[in-house]
Design a protein around this ligand. Structure first.
Ligand code: SF4
Length: 554
């Protein structure tokens, strides 16, 4: 029925009622969040059109476009999750699956597994395993090969035995826009084993140097060949991407020592390219354009990562100039730029029609409240500001939050627990920072932000599944408590306001979210008490010594 059948990981095909942070819901353990609640909160998939997905994850749309450059639409199908089987027939050569967290080993998913001592599988893994079962059943008796790609492939490299168990023929690691046609041809002809590729995968040693492991189930580019597509080899999407998301750049270059993105070359889409892709999503009915980048303020940046305000504003202007688009926001950005360039966030807010009724959401990796750890792991993340010379790390963060809120930007922060070289004092600094942010008022309103802890689990423990809440010391539990305490505060304040739909649906959403955040905090509090963590100290930590933060001057 179709030569190439492309299928998204089902957790990536939902809009989660468009409620901030709910996209993280599938990271929760399946025994902790009941199926009925999970189904209600994740919502329905976008409708099918002739059994094809009307909207699909952006990366899958890119793959589709690469294939469509060489094949007709009858050969390339992005299947709607309800009709996958309809396309897998005798003539199907390849089933390609895109995934981000197939085994539930991502840092947020691990944080829940550790915290809840819950060895039930997280929803991401439950759904991925169900999908693999379905696909294997559907391809039985056909020649179709099952290939998995996407950023989640690293998890399969951690547990290569799962490839056999899940019935996956091959996993492809890395960007594929420029090679996917040749790669699929080679898989079909069998030439994939003729030395064109490295059979195995890349990983990193403790010093974050690349190391290569051989394994016949994995394929990646050879170290001697071109490693990434250049901009001209990246096709534009032809069909709508879920959530109205489009990419505006790849790579970053800031050099945080835990981040793989920084190792990729920077490639910037022109505003015209962005406009064309946003147009595809707008024609589908999306009114908000999500501009994806791992670091918005690095878009066409100047020396020392001075933000290129003109280029950033131009790309947002391009997005909202598309007919039907009312708003736009970036996916990720660093905190130091709003701290030092408040006029930039203000101008972007104006361009994207932001304001008190429409906040600009962005995910910001704070990683730590500790100046020591920030200097070790991410000394350049504050560029063009320098930690010390331009203010303490926490001053930069607090200034950034204040300026963001002042210009109606709402950051969704993440912090890391169990970073390399971390001490309890570092974690208490993170607790202090979270408390200070939570206690802050901006323009007479409580500060608007969320903060979520992410767990680093050593690779050896991941492999042995020997992780539990016992591996968290008191200071790490304190970080969890401070973060989830703030999250509950925020949920109470905004759940009704930010829920979408009619009054009944909004009431149901806000009730479920309110109860969920209360239950989450309750679990963490019980764990803290059991382990002798002084909850009152956690609540107060950092506040008594806290004074008004000096404004950073450029
Ligand atoms: S700023 Fe963000 S994307 Fe860039 S290297 Fe650091 S963590 Fe990675």
């Amino acid at each position: 029925m179709a030569k190439y059948v492309l299928v998204p990981d089902t957790t990536l095909s939902r809009e989660y009622n468009n409620f901030p942070l709910l996209d993280f819901l599938p990271c929760a353990p399946s025994a902790t969040v009941p199926g009925i609640i999970f189904e209600f909160l994740k919502g329905k998939p976008p409708a099918a059109i002739d059994a094809r997905a009307s909207a699909a994850p952006y990366a899958l749309r890119k793959l589709e476009s690469s294939l469509l450059a060489h094949h007709g639409p009858e050969d390339v199908v992005v299947a709607h999750e309800d009709f996958i089987e309809a396309f897998i027939k005798e003539d199907t050569e390849i089933i390609g699956v895109y995934t981000m967290d197939p085994l539930g080993l991502g840092p947020l998913t691990m944080s829940y597994s550790v915290l809840f001592d819950d060895y039930s599988k997280p929803w991401v893994r439950v759904e991925f395993e169900q999908l693999m079962k379905r696909l294997n059943k559907a391809r039985k008796g056909t020649k179709a090969k099952l290939i998995v790609g996407g950023p989640g492939v690293w998890e399969l490299t951690m547990m290569p035995e799962m490839m056999e168990e899940l019935g996956i023929d091959l996993a492809y690691q890395g960007e594929a826009d420029d090679v996917v046609n040749a790669f699929f041809d080679d898989v079909i002809s069998g030439a994939v084993y003729d030395g064109h590729y490295f059979h195995g995968f890349q990983s990193f040693d403790t010093d974050f140097h690349k190391v290569w492991f051989t394994n016949d189930r994995f394929v990646t580019r050879k170290s001697s060949s071109k490693q990434f597509p250049v901009l001209e080899e990246i096709p534009l999407i032809r069909n709508p991407a879920i959530k109205g998301l489009v990419e505006i750049m790849r790579g970053c270059g800031i050099g945080c020592d835990f981040c793989e993105v920084t190792l990729r070359p920077s490639r910037y889409y022109s505003p015209e390219m962005v406009k064309r892709e946003v147009g595809v999503n707008a024609a589908f009915g999306y009114t908000n354009a999500w501009l994806h980048t791992d670091e918005i303020f690095a878009y066409k940046h100047g020396p020392h990562f001075v933000p290129n305000g003109d280029a950033i504003k131009e790309v947002f202007r391009a997005a909202v100039s598309v007919k039907g688009i009312k708003h736009s926001n970036p996916t990720h950005g660093r905190i130091s730029v709003p701290a030092a360039y408040p006029e930039l966030t203000r101008d972007v807010t104006e361009i994207v029609n932001g304001g008190p009724d429409h906040w600009v959401g962005v995910q910001v990796g704070l990683e730590t409240g500790s100046e020591r750890l920030a200097l070790i792991h991410m000394p350049n993340k504050t560029l063009p500001l320098k930690i010390g010379a331009d203010g303490a790390w926490q001053e930069i963060v607090l200034n950034g939050l204040r300026n963001m809120n002042h210009t109606y930007w709402r950051p969704a922060f993440t912090v890391q627990v169990a970073q390399a070289g971390e001490t309890p004092e570092d974690n208490w600094e993170t607790v202090a920072l979270v408390n200070r942010m939570s206690d802050m008022e901006v323009d007479g309103r409580p500060a608007e932000f969320t903060v979520i802890p992410m767990q680093n689990v050593p690779l050896g423990l991941i492999k042995s599944s020997g992780f539990s809440s016992k591996m968290l010391d008191e200071s790490q539990l304190a970080v969890y408590y401070a973060c989830y305490r703030h999250l509950m505060k925020m949920t109470r304040r905004v759940a009704m306001r930010d829920s979408k739909g009619n009054l009944v649906k909004r009431t149901m959403m806000s009730s479920v979210l309110g109860i969920g955040s209360f239950a989450l905090l309750h679990v963490v509090e019980a764990l803290c008490k059991k382990r002798g963590v002084d909850i009152e100290k956690v609540k107060r930590h950092g506040l008594r010594s806290y004074e008004a933060v000096p404004v950073i001057a450029r």
